[in-house]
Ligand binder design. Structure first.
Ligand code: TTP
Ligand code: MG
Length: 398
């Protein structure tokens, strides 16, 4: 049976949430992301502001210059979290196969629901109406036989859109679109592909696999499959995810503690970001080491208090690393870190512990920047020793 995957994404989410609270903001150029004289960047621009060229990631000062009448708002994360939870609740009424991809977007697998719900398009319209009626925010929906095409279709349909790509039409739908519209094709890859004369997804789809593999490794192979509308990734319910881990083979076997810790910090930041995206917390941290003689060990530590803070996860991993090295000082070939024993989103807030509050805000701010510019857009001090070696052979599993 052909799958029926929905990708649902709220339109100009942060601004739309602000407009629900204050109707005076409707129909105006509005930006969430601080004051005009601040050094920050735009997190979200209303569609009216986008007409002036404003977009997420643009420095606030530039936004102000391009459209001085813009209303700048500082942002209110608890408001957005509240809207997000209500949004996900609506989606969960339609199918249990729900995979949130951030606060305002999710995949929903509706395969096999047609006899129960009626035609797919009608279901999508009902879903859009419920979101509009209950949240007062418009959503855009893409429907396709796989995740990547559904995602591109929802972006394509924005704002307040609905695009269904029928089975067999995937390649012809994607072909004319610019490569930047394909998830996973970042600015670096766009630049490299331009050198091969590739500017559309259709051209990308026809490049030899060997060339993409040479240039971009397994990521290149995946991108080529996606450009051909082939993507067998399942919609993964987060409540079925039991653990998250990342590991990397080092460029050279090493005992350099500085480098090992920097790599560990980098891997921790990646799993931490994933954990926070799922709005979950972890109790158990596991370190994995492979020595140069291929001997592989794992060491775990379970904490009383679950956490989603990078620094807390890193501290545990770092301590485990120190212990391992004190027991066996032998060059390390591979290092990995994992978290398991995951709990739900409810946090046991220790109101006296302002330092963990500060860390949470820091993680949140970094997550936002990375969401826009990619993971390596921002580096924390502890990962600087590996700044030129990020992500070469990293493996990720859930
Ligand atoms: P997006 O869904 O990417 O953007 P959007 O909802 O603002 O607009 P669109 O109609 O194109 O979907 O991101 C969702 C929210 O995430 C967005 O409202 C604000 C936040 N965000 C940032 O904080 N920084 C960013 O750079 C981006 C892209 C989003
Ligand atoms: Mg959105």
């Amino acid at each position: 049976m052909e799958r029926q995957i929905f990708h649902i994404d709220l339109d100009s989410f942060f601004v739309s949430a602000e407009q629900v609270l204050n109707h005076d903001l409707l129909g105006k150029p509005v930006v969430v992301g601080g004051h005009p004289d601040s050094r920050g960047v735009v997190a979200c621009a209303s569609y009216e502001a986008r007409k002036f060229g404003l977009h997420a990631g643009m420095p606030i000062a530039t936004a102000h210059r391009l459209c001085p009448q813009t209303i700048f708002l500082p942002g209110n994360f608890s408001l957005y979290r509240d809207f997000s939870a209500r949004f996900m609740d609506i989606l969960a009424d339609f199918s249990p196969d729900l995979e949130p991809g951030g606060l305002d977007e999710a995949f929903l697998d509706l395969t096999g629901f047609e006899p129960l719900y009626g035609p797919t398009r009608e279901t999508a319209r009902r879903l859009k109406s419920r979101i509009r009626d209950e949240l007062e925010i418009t959503a855009s929906i893409g429907i396709a036989t796989c995740k990547v095409v559904a995602k591109v279709a929802s972006d394509f349909s924005k704002p307040d859109g609905l695009v269904e790509v029928a089975a067999g039409q995937e390649i012809s739908f994607l072909a004319p679109l610019p490569i930047k519209d394909l998830p996973g094709v970042g600015p670096k890859m766009q630049e490299a592909l331009k050198r091969f004369g590739v500017s559309t997804i259709g051209q990308l789809a026809k490049l030899p696999v060997s060339l993409l593999k040479d240039q971009f490794g397994i990521h290149g192979e995946m991108i080529r499959r996606h450009a051909n509308g082939i993507d067998d990734r399942k919609v993964k319910r987060y409540d079925t995810v039991k653990s998250i881990s990342r590991e990397t083979t080092l460029e050279q076997d090493t005992l350099d503690l500085h480098l090992l810790k920097a790599t560990l910090k980098h891997l921790t930041e990646r799993i931490g970001a994933d954990l926070r995206l799922q709005e979950r917390q972890a109790r158990c941290v596991t370190l994995k080491l492979r020595y140069s003689d291929f001997d592989t060990i794992t060491r775990s530590q379970t904490q009383k208090q679950p956490t989603d803070l990078d620094q807390v996860i890193f501290n545990v991993g770092s301590e485990l690393l120190d212990n391992c090295l004190s027991q066996r000082r032998h060059p390390i070939r591979l290092i990995g870190i994992g978290i398991s024993n995951l709990t739900g989103p409810e946090k046991q807030l220790n109101l006296l512990d302002t330092s963990s509050q500060k860390l949470a805000y820091l993680d949140q701010a970094i997550d936002q920047i990375r969401k826009k510019y990619g993971f390596s857009a921002i580096q924390t001090g502890q990962t600087l020793p590996i700044r030129n070696h990020l992500g070469h052979t990293e493996k990720h599993s859930r």
